[in-house]
Design a protein around this ligand. Structure first.
Ligand code: PEP
Length: 251
């Protein structure tokens, strides 16, 4: 059985490097050293290199990355560059990036580039709303298949799928239920096994994101059988983040 993983997505926070160092060190100081749970923090790009050196217990990841290695792509940062400065995980296809125009085709290129650069890609998928006819299941199938098009079974050993229903993310939203997650995770596993075979597909971890916190984490792990979490707000609070890691280590 693979390790549980807890990933923090700091988004565009905090405002200064000094604050980022304080937050990262504060978080690292609370986490047990037993490494039962894989812990990753994804800060803004420009804090990555400094933060990576603060703690061996927490790995750092990027929140995005461009698929070309170098070239005339003003404003972009390539996945190869991010790997070079120590990022080993990368969140791809987050709904906030998709809302800014990122397409499944972009995400697909990024997943391929991330695999080529030896990253652990964390591919985010999720529907914006649920409907009585279960059309959202077709949406998830199409999104997953498009983002993984052309990827072979021998290159997905590190891949992680983060199921993040868009309606569950952020301030004022409510999380999915562990039962909703379980149902979706079974659905995703079937798509992955059909595509990559039972062995390779079965090894892909499926984690939950969307208003997950220290209060509902236990149920997502026990009832929902989640392999871990992608956390937004809770990752900016060292005590909450650590509590979730602790819970994941016990289940
Ligand atoms: C996210 O944006 O990936 C996320 C899960 O956010 P939150 O936990 O704040 O809902």
């Amino acid at each position: 059985m693979s390790k549980k993983i807890v990933i923090g997505n700091w988004k565009m926070n905090p405002l200064t490097l000094k604050e980022a160092e304080k937050l990262f060190a504060g978080t690292a100081g609370l986490i047990a050293g037993d490494k039962k749970v894989e812990v990753v923090v994804c800060p803004p790009f420009l804090y990555l290199e400094k933060l990576r050196k603060i703690s061996k217990r927490i790995s750092v990841g990027a929140q995005n990355g461009f698929f070309e290695d170098t070239g005339a792509f003003t404003g972009e940062v390539s996945l190869e560059m991010l790997y070079d400065i120590g990022a080993r995980y990368v969140i791809l296809g987050h709904s906030e990036r998709r809302a800014m125009g990122e397409t499944d085709m972009d995400v697909n290129k990024k997943v391929k580039s991330a695999i080529k650069a030896s990253f652990t890609p964390v591919l985010c998928i999720g529907e914006s709303a649920r409907d009585e006819n279960h059309e959202y299941l077709n949406f998830i199938r199409k999104e997953l298949e498009a983002c993984l098009a052309g990827i072979s079974r021998n290159s997905v050993s590190k891949l992680i799928i983060a199921y993040e229903p868009i309606w569950a993310i952020g301030e004022g939203a409510h999380s999915a239920t562990p039962e909703e997650f379980l149902e979706m995770s079974i659905f995703i596993k079937k798509i992955l096994s059909d595509k990559f075979g039972v062995e390779a597909g079965g090894k892909i971890r499926i984690i939950y994101g969307g208003s997950a916190d220290e209060k509902n984490a236990g149920e997502f792990l026990k009832i929902g059988k989640a392999d871990g979490f992608l956390l937004g707000r809770a990752s900016l609070n060292p005590k909450k983040f650590n509590k979730i890691i602790q819970i994941a280590g016990e289940i």
